[in-house]
Design a protein around this ligand. Structure first.
Ligand SMILES: [Zn+2]
Length: 157
C-alpha cells in the first residue's frame, strides 16, 4: 500500500476522475443512481472504461473491472496486459471504506496482468445536485497483494 503512483498511473487517475464526473453527471440528469467504474491502462498505453453490467437476472451480472478488461481485449487483443486498473465506487461519505474488487475480478486482473500490475482503489461521494467529491483517498495495491497464491490450471507436458 506504500506504492507511489507512476506518471502513467497519475494520468490514469486524472483521466478516470474526469470521465467519472462526466458520466455520473449524465446518469444523474437521467435520474439514475451512481455506479462503480473501472478504468484499465494497458501495457500499450490504451485506457478502457467499464461499468457494471446489471441484469434483472443477477447471476448474469458482470463487474466493471471485467467489463473494462474485456474492452481492452476487444480494442487490442488477448495479448494485451493490464498495467494498472483503477476502481472507484460510490460511497455515502468520505470516510466510508472503498469498494474492493471481488474475487472473480481479482482473478481476472491477475490473469491478464503481470507481477507489476497495480490496482488503484478509490471512491466518490455525491454531495448535491450534480456535484461529487472525487477520490477522497487513493489506495494502491499490486495485483499479487490482492490475490496471493493465485489459481493456475495445471500444465501437462
Ligand atoms: Zn468483480
Amino acid at each position: 500500500m506504500a506504492h507511489d503512483l507512476t506518471e502513467d498511473e497519475e494520468e490514469l487517475v486524472s483521466y478516470a476522475r474526469e470521465k467519472i464526473v462526466e458520466h455520473a453527471q449524465k446518469r444523474w440528469e437521467e435520474g439514475l443512481y451512481d455506479v462503480l467504474y473501472a478504468f484499465v491502462l494497458s501495457d500499450n498505453g490504451g485506457i478502457y472504461a467499464g461499468k457494471p453490467f446489471e441484469s434483472n437476472q443477477p447471476s448474469f451480472n458482470v463487474c466493471a473491472e471485467r467489463h473494462a478488461i474485456n474492452q481492452m481485449q476487444y480494442e487490442e487483443s488477448e495479448q494485451a496486459t493490464v498495467e494498472a486498473i483503477l476502481v472507484a465506487g460510490p460511497v455515502p461519505d468520505e470516510d466510508h471504506p472503498e469498494t474492493m474488487p471481488c474475487g472473480a475480478c481479482r482473478h481476472a486482473i491477475n490473469e491478464f496482468g503481470d507481477k507489476d500490475t497495480t490496482v488503484i482503489v478509490s471512491s466518490f461521494v455525491r454531495e448535491r445536485k450534480g456535484e461529487w467529491t472525487m477520490f477522497p483517498k487513493i489506495r494502491v495495491f499490486t495485483a499479487r497483494e490482492l490475490y496471493p497464491e493465485s489459481y493456475k490450471p495445471v500444465e501437462w507436458d
